[in-house]
Design a protein around this ligand. Structure first.
Ligand code: SF4
Length: 429
């Protein structure tokens, strides 16, 4: 471990990262390790996740809370659990979403179990990661790069797997790529421009791994946009691996990624500063500089993928491409969070030639409920493109039952849609 100044609450402990996405959690843990904090993503969720989640939840919490708490409780209940050797990572936020209750509730549960000394590390939009490691700014930038690279690799998986001719090879390329990227991010001496170039180099090798997967790229497979609540749509355990089910039903999924949320929160921050009359302020300058730095990192890491992502480009500007089209249905200065992103991304994907949209949300989450209320009109505005909400909890989902019908609607829409899809050059006719 490097001789980096680390928050003394974490000395001698493993910091466990929730598995919202496997790749995101692993890359974040790798960056923590590079900064002197021993860290791991929680092990893959299984039935015991839900058993422990159910044991410590009353039933009124949202499904992502049950899954993340259940995964942490599996660690606490392990026979060799030593409270002096562990810590948990759970960010927090303000606002109406129940996510803000996750960290306080985890502290409460640990306290009631007699483990009140186990730290819950909870960065917020206000305090960031202050005091966690020696150079927090550098660490956060590394995390951003890891997040961007992780989103790119997942996108490569999703655009390769439906076309592979040898089952399992796209997943294998993804697993190998995760190992390779993690190896770079956990190097403690690698920072700044050197780190960016090392990431670009390893991502180029990952790209070539995916390109070498035997595949038959034929046009015409229905392209299904997947939007919705961020945890449930990205966490394969929570949504019963919905993307793979879409693929098994003949589709290709375009899954809304994690960085989308970062662009949205950056926009929100600037928008609130303007509303409060702080258009010319240090806070606004800081927000603009942060956005520019993040854009430039993303641009550099994406460069090797230009050919692969022809036709798969993500929105250039979250306001122009996502929030503005959604405004007549859900104005982003009033409706907050994933609901507005889901509706806006639906418009964006319609322009990119999608054949249908699936919105994935936990049962009882307001995001899915609100977006569902406007999807009928959104679908009309998108030439009748099928849009369908699928809800998930620990015991059921309506996806298995209705996916056949939805895919038929998507195939039928594909025949009459007005916005053609653009394919990368390596696709055959
Ligand atoms: S968006 Fe919904 S499901 Fe997600 S944390 Fe908030 S309340 Fe829970």
């Amino acid at each position: 471990m490097p001789a980096t100044k680390v928050d003394n609450r974490l000395e001698g402990r493993t910091l466990w990262i929730p598995r919202m996405t496997h790749i995101g959690g692993r890359m974040m843990a790798a960056v923590f390790r590079a900064n002197g904090i021993e860290s791991r993503v929680t092990p893959p969720s299984d039935d015991s996740t839900l058993q422990y989640g159910g044991l410590y939840c009353s039933g009124e919490e949202c499904y992502p809370e049950k899954v993340t708490l259940g995964d942490f409780m599996r660690i606490v209940h392990a026979p060799d659990f030593d409270p002096s050797r562990h810590a948990f990572f759970m960010p927090t936020a303000e606002g109406p979403c129940r996510f803000g209750q996750y960290a306080p509730y985890l502290r409460q549960v640990l306290g009631e179990m007699g483990h009140g000394d186990v730290p819950v590390i909870s960065p917020s939009s206000k305090n960031g990661y202050d005091g966690l490691a020696g150079n927090v700014t550098t660490m956060m930038r590394s995390m951003w790069r890891g997040l961007v690279a992780g989103d790119i690799l997942r996108k490569m998986l999703l655009k390769t797997r439906p076309y592979e001719t040898q089952k399992g090879l796209a997943d294998a390329a993804y697993a190998k790529s995760m190992d390779m990227l993690e190896e770079v991010l956990q190097q403690s001496g690698l920072k700044g421009a050197k780190q960016t170039e090392a990431i670009v180099a390893v991502m180029t090798r990952c790209r070539d791994l995916f390109r070498s997967v035997p595949a038959k790229y034929v046009k015409g497979r229905p392209l299904i946009g997947v939007v919705g609540e961020i945890f449930c749509r990205l966490n394969t355990f929570s949504n019963y691996d919905a993307v793979r089910k879409i693929e098994q039903h003949g589709g290709e999924a375009w899954l809304s990624d994690v960085t989308e949320w970062v662009w949205y929160t950056n926009w929100s921050q600037k928008s609130l500063l303007k509303r409060d009359g702080k258009t010319i302020s240090l806070a606004m300058l800081g927000a603009i500089v942060k956005n520019k730095i993040q854009k430039s990192d993303e641009h550099r890491i994406l460069e090797p993928f230009a050919e692969d992502f022809a036709g798969y480009e993500e929105p250039h500007d979250v306001y122009e491409d996502v929030l503005r089209p959604a405004w007549p249905y859900l104005p982003a200065d009033g409706a907050l969070g994933e609901m507005v992103l889901s509706v806006g991304k639906t418009f964006y994907l319609h322009v990119k030639g999608a054949d249908g949209i699936i919105d994935i949300s936990p049962f009882s989450c307001m995001n899915g409920i609100v977006s569902e209320a406007v999807y009928h009109r959104v679908s009309e505005a998108c030439d009748g493109m099928p849009i369908r909400n699928f809800y998930f909890d620990s015991s059921s989902s309506n996806m298995e039952r209705d996916l056949d019908i939805f895919m038929e609607l998507a195939v039928s829409y594909a025949k009459r849609k007005k916005t053609a899809r653009r394919y990368p050059a390596f696709f055959g006719g």
